[in-house]
Design a protein. Sequence first.
Length: 148
Amino acid sequence: MNIDFMRLAIEQAREAAKNDEVPVGAVIVMGNEIIGIGQNRKEASKCAVHHAEIEAIEAACTRLDNWHLDGADIYVTLEPCAMCAGAIINSRIRHIYFGAYDKKAGCCGTLYNLPSDKRFNHRPGVEGGILAEECAALLSAFFGGKRR
């Protein structure tokens, strides 16, 4: 685990917030090399699947010219939802590092734990709570501003 990669994911989340998107950012690394970055773009794209993780996975697959991301790790500011956890499993990412826990949609330990389900043919490792307060504060500030 490299805290600097989570800080880069937080930068992506801040950029998303500037674009009036839910502030979630993701970075995919292989070794110490960044191979994909992403941020939420659901509002801009008008598409429900444009989560930060999906954007980062697409970028990494394009960069490697391969959908297998064996040996890669993902850093994301919010616990992945079912769709994103599934995409991470399907792309064979080795490890998920996330910031804030998601009580409403988190599927890496909170509501479900898809990555640890032994029925899948690939099970990435998971570590949550990395810079959790900072990640959660971005989300709280964003949604607090929407309520005002």
